[in-house]
Every structure is written in structure tokens, then in C-alpha cells.
Design a protein around this ligand. Structure first.
Ligand SMILES: [Zn+2]
Length: 140
């Protein structure tokens, strides 16, 4: 269940990524990137907004959403949508992995796909391209 913080970038790397995506690397945007790429753990946009309100009270909701969307677009963040809710969570682990959803706390944990065995006996006409797994339960 170890989380791989595989893309915790330095400030200079974040700036370079934003510039290459044609986004002006303002201090606010770089700060959001640092938070979501390094510190936060599957945050929702609302959680990023709460963090911004505490640290950068002048930051607009649009700046936050645009920055999150840009990070998804350039592949530094992945969107995770849970089947039973309309909540989108942002995932900074862009390696292939599964999730465990703790129903008690609403937290999402990364699961190494190697620890889950799946066997599909599908009719021949189905070929699998990708497998997304979210296990639901309680973490003690
Ligand atoms: Zn994840």
C-alpha cells in the first residue's frame, strides 16, 4: 500500500512544465502545483480550494480549476472519478495502480496492482485494454 510520490517536482521543474504547456508560471499556480503534486493525497477540487483559501486568500476558483485541468492535460495529474459519487479526486501517482476506498473516512489509498489477482473469462470478442479497480471497504 505504499504510495509512490513519483512526480514530486522541484519549483524549477514545475515552472518548466507550465511554460511548456503555455501557462504562465505565476507564484500562485506554482504553489497549487506543489500542493497537489507533492503534499496532497487524492484531493478534491474543493480540498484544493480550502488549502488555497488558507494560504492564498486572493486566489480565484478559476485559477485553481484551470491549473488542475492543465496538470491533467499535460499528464502530471490523473482524475479519479468514483462510481457512486460525482466527486473527482486528483491523483499525483500517474503510474498504473488500483485504489482502495475507505468508506469510513472517504479517503482513497493506492494499491499495487500486483497485490490483486483478477481473472476474466470473457467471450473472444472482448479484448481488454485497461483495468480500473476500486476496492471499497474499511481500513482499520
Ligand atoms: Zn491513486
Amino acid at each position: 500500500m505504499d504510495r509512490k510520490k513519483n512526480i514530486c517536482l522541484s519549483i524549477d521543474e514545475i515552472k518548466a512544465q507550465l511554460v511548456s504547456a503555455n501557462v504562465k508560471p505565476t507564484a500562485q499556480r506554482v504553489a497549487i502545483c506543489q500542493f497537489v503534486l507533492c503534499d496532497a493525497d487524492h484531493p478534491t477540487a474543493d480540498e484544493v480550494k480550502l488549502w488555497a483559501d488558507r494560504n492564498f486568500p486572493m486566489m480565484s476558483r478559476a485559477t485553481i480549476y484551470n491549473t488542475l485541468n492543465k496538470l491533467v492535460e499535460i499528464g502530471l495529474l490523473k482524475e479519479v472519478k468514483l462510481a457512486h459519487s460525482n466527486k473527482v479526486m486528483y491523483d499525483n501517482n500517474t503510474l498504473h495502480h488500483y485504489h482502495f476506498f475507505d468508506e469510513k473516512t472517504g479517503k482513497l489509498f493506492d494499491i499495487d496492482p500486483k497485490t490483486v489477482k483478477l481473472k476474466a473469462n470473457l467471450p473472444e470478442e472482448f479484448s481488454i485494454k485497461q483495468i480500473d479497480v476500486t476496492l471499497h471497504g474499511k481500513k482499520s
